[in-house]
Design a protein around this ligand. Structure first.
Ligand code: GDP
Length: 200
């Protein structure tokens, strides 16, 4: 499950421009500020790898990183950017939905959810859309090192509520992993999970 080598391959602005080989891939998705760049950096242990723009309204790119010459980590634009104009948000959804529905090599979406705050509507909507469309999904709860989240709730409570709220849209509960890019908690579990899914 070890990451020995990571190579940035390309940024695509349309799903059809993505790499055309058969290598399996994992798409990292989440609200802006959820900790996606930090998690990617913590996984690959290389600071300069995550290149995703902080302005998803402006740069909507699908970034492919090739790991160990055999599988991809795909960095998708963050969603729910509070000050993105409506048009940019709309674009985001058709753009990303096209990717999810047509990418045959997608092993699982890793949907990042901030465990330090109570469930957010936009994350629930996203999880539910993926569930309804039968897109393989893993929840990765971020910032689990934060002991006090919004409204004084702890990560455990926020995670439990989230999993409860998404239940009806998934035939089976998607696997879920707790993580922290600050302490490295969950890193090995996530790497192992991805390696098991690839070899399945
Ligand atoms: P992105 O917009 O999803 O790429 O989020 P970033 O990785 O840039 O992180 C957003 C903010 O959350 C930054 O201030 C990070 O330092 C912080 N952050 C990210 N991951 C963690 C984490 O695991 N624990 C804590 N406490 N903060 C985190």
């Amino acid at each position: 499950a070890k990451i020995k080598e990571v190579e940035f391959v390309k940024s695509s602005n349309r799903p059809k421009d993505c790499p055309k080989d058969d290598r399996p891939e994992f798409a990292m998705l989440g609200r802006s500020n959820v900790g996606k760049s930090s998690l990617i950096n913590s996984l690959v242990r290389k600071k300069e790898v995550a290149l995703t723009s902080k302005k998803p309204g402006k740069t909507q790119l699908i970034n492919h990183f090739l790991v160990n010459k055999s599988w991809y980590i795909v960095d998708l634009p963050g969603y729910g950017f509070a000050n993105a104009p409506e048009a940019a948000r709309m674009d985001w959804s058709s753009f990303t939905k096209g990717y999810f529905l047509n990418r045959g090599t997608l092993v699982s979406v890793l949907l990042l959810v901030d465990a330090s705050v109570p469930p957010q509507k936009i994350d629930l909507d996203c999880a539910n859309w993926l569930g309804r469309n039968n897109i393989p999904l893993t929840f990765v709860f971020t910032k689990c090192d934060k002991t006090k989240g919004g409204k004084g709730k702890r990560p455990d409570d926020n995670i439990r509520s989230f999993l409860q709220l998404v239940r009806e849209y998934h035939k089976q509960q998607p696997p879920w992993i707790m993580s922290s890019s600050v302490t490295g908690f969950g890193r090995n579990e996530l790497l192992l999970h991805m390696s098991q899914l690839r070899n399945y």
